[in-house]
Design a protein around this ligand. Structure first.
Ligand code: NAP
Length: 245
C-alpha cells in the first residue's frame, strides 16, 4: 500500500449490509478496515473474501461506543493506507418492543451502540478524515413508516440522522461529504431473526418492487455516496427501500 491508497473503515463490516459495503468498496480499489463487535470468524471470512478477489483488507475488533477502540480502528486504516478517506458506519443493533413494555436497560444498551457509537465514530471521522473524504451512516425507513414496536430503535436512528446532517455542515471547507442511508427491510440477520415467514413475506410486499432489499442493493447506494461520482450529494438522508412510503 502507498500514501495514495484510498482507505475505508466499515463498522459492522463482518456481516449483513456492512459486509456487502466492505466487499464493494474493496472492489472499487479501496483498502478496507473491517470493523466488528465480537464475531471474529465472520470478520475474518469477510477479509478472506476481499483478498480472494484481489483486494486489501484487515479485520479489527472495536465496540463502536468505545472511543479508544474506535481510535484504534482509525490507526489501523492509517497503517493500511496512510490515512482515512471513507468511513461507512454500518454497525448497529435493534430491539423491538411496544413502548409500554420497553425494558429500560435494553433501551440504554441499544442507545449506547446506536447513538453513542455514532457520535464516537463521527467524532473520529471529523478529526481524522483526509480532505475530499466521505462519511456514510445508517438510519432506517422506519423513522418515516413508524411501525409499532420500533420506538426505541427508530429513536436511535432519528438521532443518527441528526448527527449525520449536522456533521455535514460542521465539515465545511474540507470537501468531505456526510450522508445517511435509510434502508427498508433488507435480508440480513438483523431483519430476519425472530420473524415468521408470513411476516417477512408481508413486509417484502410493502414496496412497489415487491421484494426485500438485499445487502448488495444497499451497498451500491453507500458506495455511490462514498465515490467521486456521488460527491455532489451532501447532508442528505437517502431512503433506499424500493419505494416503500
Ligand atoms: N437489515 C435491515 O433491514 C435494516 C434496515 C434499516 C437499517 N438497517 C441498519 O443497517 C445497518 C446494518 O444492519 P444489518 O442488517 O447489516 O445488521 P447485522 O446483519 O445484524 O450486522 C450488524 C453488524 O454490526 C456489528 N455490531 C453490532 N454492534 C456493534 C458494536 N457495539 N460495535 C461494533 N460493531 C457492532 C456486528 O458485528 P458482529 O458480527 O461482531 O456482531 C455486525 O457486523 C445497521 O445500522 C441497521 O440498523 C438495517
Amino acid at each position: 500500500m502507498t500514501e495514495n491508497t484510498r482507505t475505508a473503515i466499515v463498522t459492522g463490516g463482518s456481516r449483513g449490509i456492512g459486509r456487502a459495503v466492505a466487499t464493494r468498496l474493496a472492489a472499487d480499489g479501496l483498502a478496507v478496515v473491517v470493523g466488528y463487535a465480537g464475531n471474529r470468524a465472520d470478520a475474518e471470512s469477510a477479509v478472506t473474501e476481499i483478498e480472494a478477489a484481489g483486494g486489501t483488507a484487515t479485520a479489527v475488533q472495536a465496540d463502536v461506543a468505545d472511543e479508544h477502540a474506535v481510535a484504534a480502528l482509525f490507526d489501523a486504516a492509517d497503517a493500511l493506507g496512510g490515512g482515512v478517506d471513507v468511513v461507512v458506519h454500518a454497525a448497529g443493533r435493534m430491539v423491538l418492543s411496544p413502548i409500554a413494555d420497553l425494558d429500560l436497560d435494553d433501551l440504554d444498551a441499544l442507545h449506547r451502540t446506536n447513538i453513542r457509537g455514532t457520535f464516537v465514530v463521527a467524532r473520529q471521522a471529523a478529526r481524522r478524515l483526509r480532505d475530499d473524504g466521505s462519511v456514510v451512516t445508517f438510519s432506517t425507513s422506519v423513522v418515516a413508516t413508524q411501525f409499532p414496536t420500533y420506538g426505541a430503535y427508530a429513536a436511535s436512528k432519528g438521532a443518527t440522522e441528526a448527527i449525520t446532517l449536522i456533521l455535514a455542515r460542521e465539515l465545511r471547507g474540507r470537501r468531505i461529504t456526510v450522508n445517511c442511508v435509510a434502508p427498508g427491510p433488507t435480508a440480513t440477520e438483523m431483519f430476519l431473526d425472530g420473524k415468521s415467514d408470513e411476516l417477512v413475506a408481508d413486509l417484502a410486499q410493502q414496496n412497489p418492487l415487491e421484494r426485500l432489499g438485499t445487502p448488495s442493493d444497499i451497498a451500491e447506494v453507500a458506495a455511490f455516496l462514498a465515490s467521486p461520482a456521488g460527491h455532489w450529494v451532501n447532508g442528505q438522508v437517502l431512503r433506499a427501500n424500493g419505494g416503500m412510503a
